[in-house]
Design a protein around this ligand. Structure first.
Ligand code: ADP
Ligand code: ZN
Length: 726
């Protein structure tokens, strides 16, 4: 037998398919969709089996043999093989990159693979008569006898904590034996499973979802309207139909809270997949899914590739979240993969959000998607009152961080023993450090970005490439001790709160405080259990969290995201502010929100204040139409990247000329301009934007362009279809 195997062919990651002979001992085991090791140019490399043949036509070259199967348990099924082809098509990545992307990280290691299977050892009796005899004969070996008695009593016991010297004799004399059993690292109990009864409004949305064929639904429900319970009930229906379900959530922080709710509803029927699991946990969860031991997968972006069989529904919560778009190769959007799998399985796909992306809302308006609405908060909860504070006036009063109103509200809520959330979408201490003597500004040596000072580690860090350097207090140019720190980050905010409100118990949640495993969960649980009065953090705290006692949300600087030079900056700002405001007053207490801004008249801020997604949508759609942005036009972003300044610009210009002579008249090519961050990681980046409505030749043109770049050494090309920032 023979196998067609694709391998990564060269540095450009091109696919090549080769035929290998399957050695007899692997004939029964090898399957399409498995990863195997094959010899290639005196190396041992990884490939994917894409076909298996009984015979091949006589060939005059030598056919090499497959060396071994990487892991027999890991097979991409027929559906996922198709998903891989689709992924490689829409992102123009190689097929092997697509397949590698679809398998969990821990399984992508190319060289020696670690064995992730966790085995637990148990002791049990091998020969009861011998055991009884032994007890009689060797009464003095008290420890051994104690162990033996326990095994007899319980049938078997865990070997954990029992030293081998104590049981060595027992094993050698064939009295007891060691048994190994596969264990999962994450185990859930099936106690008191609860699924809430839906309210009338939830029920009517739930009932509109049809399980008998493919359709995409947009569940547009305001914050606190109980979208999660609708998801849970839909998944329950899927299980009742004998099917499975995937539920995507945007952030790891959110996964823990939602996963908890899912465990409560479905117990051990749930597997979770996200990046802060250990490699072993990830492996275990993946195996559970492959073996069909779970029916529901809850996870972040890449969980869309979960190998569930017999899918019944796919749900994407907070569908507008940027985290669903991968920002390195392959640049796919989980929503596109969800829709592909929805069509493949002929099942519903549900996108949920309080602030749908403009693209999805526009599709719902055109009936491409079916719109489902939840207009009310669950129970008697009311939407919060939103106050807008003009920071320009506050600065005159010397209030640089907290406005009078925010201070007053913080005290008010603390005195009532309620809780507070503060959003500041910038981590670190100071975001800008200059020397007042010579004017030097600390910048990353590899990028065009100012370094952020992190006080706890005393480091200056580039938030783009991760470059770090220790801060020594002196200007590196004039050597004066005259450094000034500007810009407010979460670390400094925490310090200021401790100074201003010493009696308030504060906890901070951002990338820096959640680096260690389990920290997301711990912070969320501690805040929920009222160990703290105030939670402050970056956008990590803005979505999905549900705390009953939170009655005040403060936004320190609403302008950070508003001032980004990006076509989606208004949309992202609206979504962030509306979502974080939605954390207040979700239960019996009325919520209040204080938004501090230098642009109080900006329409985004106005729409947030009136809680009017619909007005924001209409206004923003006009802007998109005028400037020819999505959803009116499709975008493609090309980056031409190289180490040499002149060459990069030269190839960017050549690229533009090539495009212009090969595209439709209606298609627009903008640029080349310098990318938002021109120098990044010691490389120069030029950008070209393509805007088009319909262009049948465009994909081919881009493929040709890609092929041209393969032979250029000085530069490379990055293509981003439907970018979420340009
Ligand atoms: P959303 O995701 O739409 O912002 P959630 O799903 O977090 O809202 O629900 C808000 C709150 O309402 C949660 O505390 C949830 O437990 C509660 N809730 C939702 N639906 C119901 C229901 N049918 N019965 C009782 N409580 C509900
Ligand atoms: Zn950098």
């Amino acid at each position: 037998m023979f196998a067609s195997i694709i391998i990564e062919y060269n540095a450009q990651k091109l696919d090549k398919t080769f035929t290998y002979k399957i050695p007899t001992e692997l004939e029964q085991k090898i399957k399409i969709g498995m990863k195997v090791y094959v010899p290639f140019r005196n190396q041992k490399i990884i490939g994917f089996v894409i076909d298996i043949m009984k015979n091949i036509e006589n060939q005059d070259y030598e056919i090499k043999e497959v060396i071994k199967i990487e892991d027999e348990k890991l097979v991409l099924n027929t559906e996922l093989m198709e998903v891989g082809k689709y992924l490689s098509e829409i992102t123009m990545c190689s097929l092997i990159t697509a397949y590698q992307t679809m398998l969990p990280n821990s399984l992508k290691i190319k060289k020696q693979k670690h064995n992730y299977e966790l085995l637990e050892e148990y002791l049990s009796i091998k020969d009861l008569n011998k055991a009884k005899e032994y007890i009689k004969l060797y009464k003095k070996r008290t420890k051994q006898i104690e162990i033996l008695n326990e095994i007899i009593k319980k049938g078997r016991i865990s070997k954990k904590g029992i030293s081998s010297t104590n049981i060595k004799q027992l094993i050698e004399n064939n009295i007891i034996k060691i048994e190994q059993e596969k264990k999962y690292r994450i185990n859930v109990e099936n106690n008191n499973l609860v699924i809430k009864k839906l309210t009338d409004e939830q029920k009517s949305a739930y009932e509109k979802v049809n399980f008998s064929n493919y359709k995409t639904y947009l569940l547009y429900g305001i914050t606190g309207s109980g979208k999660t319970e609708v998801y849970i009930n839909l998944i329950k229906r899927s299980l009742e139909l004998g099917k499975t379900a995937i539920m995507l959530v945007p952030e790891i922080g959110l996964t823990t809270q939602i996963a908890k709710r899912f465990y409560e509803a479905f117990g051990s029927n749930v597997a979770i997949l996200h990046s802060s699991l250990s490699s072993g946990e990830r492996y275990d969860e993946y195996i559970k899914i492959m073996n069909g031991e779970v029916k529901i997968v809850v996870g972040t972006r890449s969980a869309i590739f979960a190998p569930l069989k017999n899918l019944g529904i796919i749900i994407i919560d907070e569908e507008d979240s940027p985290s669903y778009k991968q920002d390195n190769n392959p640049r796919y959007h989980a929503r596109d993969i969800a829709i592909f799998r929805g069509k493949y399985n002929n099942i519903p796909v549900l996108l949920g959000s309080a602030t749908p992306s403009l693209e999805s809302k526009a599709r719902a308006d055109k009936s491409v998607y079916q719109l489902l609405k939840l207009d009310k908060r669950v129970g008697n909860a009311k939407l919060p009152i939103i106050h807008i504070v003009d920071m320009e006036k506050e600065i005159k009063k010397k209030n640089t961080i907290f406005s009078d109103l925010l201070k007053e509200k913080i005290w008010e809520k603390i005195n009532k023993k309620e809780q507070i959330i503060l959003l500041l979408n910038r981590r670190g201490f100071s975001t800008f450090i200059t020397c007042s003597n010579c004017g030097y500004v600390y910048k990353c040596p590899n990028c065009d970005i100012t370094l952020t000072y992190h006080k706890s580690s005393n480091n200056l860090i580039c938030h783009y490439c991760g470059y770090q350097k220790r801060k020594d207090g002196k200007c590196p140019i004039c050597h004066e001790e005259s450094l000034n720190y500007y810009g407010l980050g979460t670390e400094k905010l925490e310090e200021k709160i401790r100074e201003l409100f010493p009696s308030i118990r504060v906890i901070r949640m951002d990338q820096d405080t959640t680096r260690n495993k389990g920290m997301h969960e711990k912070i969320i649980n501690d805040f929920k259990n009222e160990k703290y009065d105030l939670l402050l953090g970056t956008q990590m705290i803005s979505k999905g969290l549900d705390f009953e006692k939170v009655s005040l949300v403060g936004v320190l600087n609403a302008d950070t995201s508003l001032n980004m030079p990006d076509f989606k900056s208004s949309e992202n700002s609206f979504s962030l502010l509306n979502q974080v405001a939605g954390r207040a007053g979700r239960s019996k207490i009325l919520g209040e929100v204080v938004i501090q801004t230098y642009n109080p008249d900006n329409y985004v801020i106005k729409c947030v204040q009136n809680n009017s997604y619909d007005n924001f949508y209409l206004h923003e759609m006009q802007f998109r139409k005028r400037l020819k942005y999505p959803p009116y036009y499709y975008l493609i972003s090309l980056k031409i990247i190289g180490k040499d300044y002149d060459k990069t610009i030269e190839y960017a210009k050549k690229t533009k000329r090539f495009l212009e002579s090969n595209i439709n008249k209606e298609t627009i090519v903008l640029g080349p301009t310098t990318a938002a961050v021109f120098r990044y990681n010691n490389e120069f980046r030029m950008q070209i934007i393509i805007k088009y409505k319909k262009d049948n030749e465009l994909m081919n043109t881009l493929k040709n362009l890609k092929n041209i770049f393969i032979n250029i050494n000085e530069c490379y090309l990055e293509i981003d279809f439907n970018p979420i920032k340009v």
